[in-house]
Ligand binder design. Structure first.
Ligand code: F6P
Length: 365
């Protein structure tokens, strides 16, 4: 087995709290073992356009608790879909940039790649392996959505839960003061993990998840019942939630590898609730607030474990594996598992049962 002397590290997709903590763990473990680290800037864009910076132990001092990423992120850069100009009709023309990525890897003597990201990032890494089957890479699961198959937890998720919970706590007091309904829209793509966790932690009265299409009439009934008892109601809704038989609220952004941008369902539900119940309703979209800021202690710990385990994979030559957490233990799974889609909330999840048990409505029965 070849001893790896130089690795590349990149963070694909959107940012999330704890990326710097992962980068720090990778760099410190590498430095302790005589491995050099090439940081690739702005995710796969760094590979496509040869934008790199060397990372030493000194470069990662003091970043454990800092949000964002010192390497930058990009959810547009995709190796196999690089925009190269416009055609006569003004449409963007794309070309396969995987060869360029591999050139950057070889030019800098990068012997193994550590990719930090979600399913899209793992798929991009897989797409490079399709061109160069011997490419050595390992993955680290990152997203506030907590929706990556193969791992029960991604780093960044618990910080986003904390941020959303604190925001909804504040919404609770203003909703109570005005005897209003406030609908809070949280992120999560097509998975309801963030809404479920922050909804329960904040004492939201109704939680609407993509996995449980809601009946607007039933949501109205649940809100009315809550207001009759307590005077106000808070609805925590995932951005990917949708009514029974309906579609999620989304816009299309053709620049993105995944062009569907979810958002706007909170406003729709607030309007529907007010029309059906006559109770004054407002909505709040928490948006990118959930992705920003310092990682909480739990995420700093998970991120450190994930980064260090990735380096163990590199040292032992266990390629095309993604670090994972299962039953609270750090382990790893084949990268293609992570690239296989989204991990949704099972509708019989213990947390849904517990929430129903304490009277939370899910807009479905
Ligand atoms: O995947 C993380 C996430 O924050 C989703 O929850 C959200 O739908 C999306 O990214 C937003 O992406 P953007 O930064 O492109 O608005």
């Amino acid at each position: 087995m070849q001893t790896i002397k130089r690795i590349g590290v990149l963070s694909g997709g959107g940012d999330c709290p704890g990326i710097n903590a992962v980068i720090r763990a990778v760099v410190l473990d590498a430095a302790a073992n005589g491995v050099e680290v090439v940081g690739l800037l702005d995710g796969f864009d760094g590979l496509i356009r040869d934008r790199v910076r060397m990372l030493s132990a000194g470069d990662v001092a003091g970043i454990l608790a800092v949000g964002g990423s010192i390497l930058g992120c990009s959810n547009k850069a995709s190796p196999s879909r690089v925009p190269v100009g416009k055609d006569a009709a003004g449409k963007t023309v794309y070309e396969d940039g995987r060869g360029r990525c591999l050139d950057t890897i070889h030019r800098h003597g990068i012997e193994a790649l550590v990719v930090i990201g979600g399913d899209g990032t793992m798929s991009c890494a897989q797409s490079l392996v399709e061109v160069e089957p011997d490419l050595r890479c390992v993955g680290i699961p990152k997203t506030i959505d907590n929706d990556i198959p193969g791992t029960e937890m991604t780093f960044g998720f618990l910080t986003a839960v904390e941020t959303a919970t604190e925001a909804i706590d504040r919404v609770q007091t203003t909703a109570a003061s005005h005897s209003r309904v406030i609908v809070v829209e949280v992120m999560g793509r097509n998975a309801g993990w963030l809404a479920l966790f922050s909804g329960i932690a904040s004492g939201s009265h109704v939680i609407l998840l993509p996995e449980i299409p809601f009946d607007p009439e039933q949501v109205g009934r649940e809100v009315e019942r809550t207001c009759r008892r307590g005077g106000h109601a808070v609805v925590c809704i995932a951005e990917g939630a949708r009514p029974r038989g309906g579609a999620p609220v989304a816009t299309i952004d053709p620049r993105l590898p995944d062009p569907v941008r979810l958002g706007g369902i909170g406003a729709v539900v607030a309007r529907q609730v007010e029309e059906r119940t006559g109770i004054e309703s407002r909505h709040v979209v928490l948006g990118h607030v959930q992705r920003g800021g310092a990682p909480i202690a739990a995420d700093r710990i998970i991120a450190t474990q994930f980064g260090q385990h990735a380096m163990e994979l590199v040292r032992s030559g266990r390629w095309r594996r993604m670090v994972a957490r299962q039953n609270f233990q750090i382990t790893d799974v084949p990268m293609e598992v992570a690239a296989s889609g989204q991990r949704l909330v099972p509708v019989d999840h213990a947390l849904i049962r517990a929430a129903r048990g304490v009277g939370v409505g899910f807009g479905d029965t």
